[in-house]
Write a protein that binds this ligand. Structure first.
Ligand SMILES: C[S@@+](CC[C@H](N)C(=O)[O-])C[C@H]1O[C@@H](n2cnc3c(N)ncnc32)[C@H](O)[C@@H]1O
Length: 216
């Protein structure tokens, strides 16, 4: 298996790179479904990088415990710093999620979150992760996703597709990311019993916030 991309060098500037390129839109995507997460108690956050979503979730829901997993120690250090007011409700783990398996004795997760992380993986890798998560999920668990998308419109063809291509090339140069196209994560999640409940397009469909629920 190839090495996981290395986001360590980007950890401290990631937020500023994002604001310079997309302004507030990525963060709006991440937090769109936050009001639906009031009842959640045990969240698994995969590839949250510098932790802006984790910090927002811990602030919004004072009863939740978060397990955050990422391959980058520098990103996780930034995440822990950002979440320091709620550190007692946070567990972090450095791991390549393509090889990670959840502890079967762990509490059942009622929430999974992936923001701009699934695009680092192939469809097969996402399917394998979704499959491995199944035994540690609570009934009716939620999964919130933020992702780039290429809508089937003229905007999608002439603007979104070249932009996504450019982003992948930039991340290959900066981090060694091998995946170079958007994966088919909806089919991978559906195959593991997840059902799409709601999706909100942003920036003319270039971005998508999604709420999934496990139905079987
Ligand atoms: C594009 S960044 C997104 C970060 C954050 N979720 C956000 O919304 O900005 C992708 C993150 O996923 C992590 N990552 C990428 N591939 C990974 C893998 N195979 N295993 C674990 N983490 C990975 C990177 O270290 C990075 O923090």
């Amino acid at each position: 298996m190839s090495k996981a991309p290395n986001f360590n060098r980007l950890a401290l500037i990631y937020r500023w790179l994002e604001y310079l390129t997309f302004g507030p839109f990525l963060h709006r995507c991440r937090t769109h479904f936050l009001p639906h997460l009031e009842h959640c108690r045990n969240a698994l956050i995969l590839g949250d990088g510098d932790g802006r979503f984790t910090a927002a979730l811990l602030r919004f829901n004072p009863a939740i415990h978060v397990t955050a997993i990422d391959a980058s120690p520098a990103m996780l250090a930034a995440l822990r710093k950002r979440c320091s007011p709620s550190i007692s409700r946070l567990t972090t783990q450095t791991a390549d999620l393509r090889q990670w398996a959840p502890d079967p004795s762990a509490l059942r997760y009622d929430l999974v979150c992936t923001h701009f992380f699934l695009d680092c993986l192939s469809t097969e890798e996402i399917a394998a992760i979704a499959h491995r998560l199944t035994p540690v999920l609570a009934p009716n668990a939620l999964w919130i996703i933020s992702e780039f998308a290429i809508p089937s419109t003229a905007f999608g063809h002439f603007a979104a597709a070249p932009l996504v291509w450019l982003l992948y090339r930039a991340f290959r140069l900066l981090t060694g990311l091998r995946q170079q196209s958007l994966p088919g994560y909806p089919s991978a999640l559906t195959a593991s019993g997840w059902s799409l409940q709601s999706q909100i397009p942003q920036l003319r469909g270039l971005l998508s916030s999604q709420l999934w629920q496990r139905v079987s």
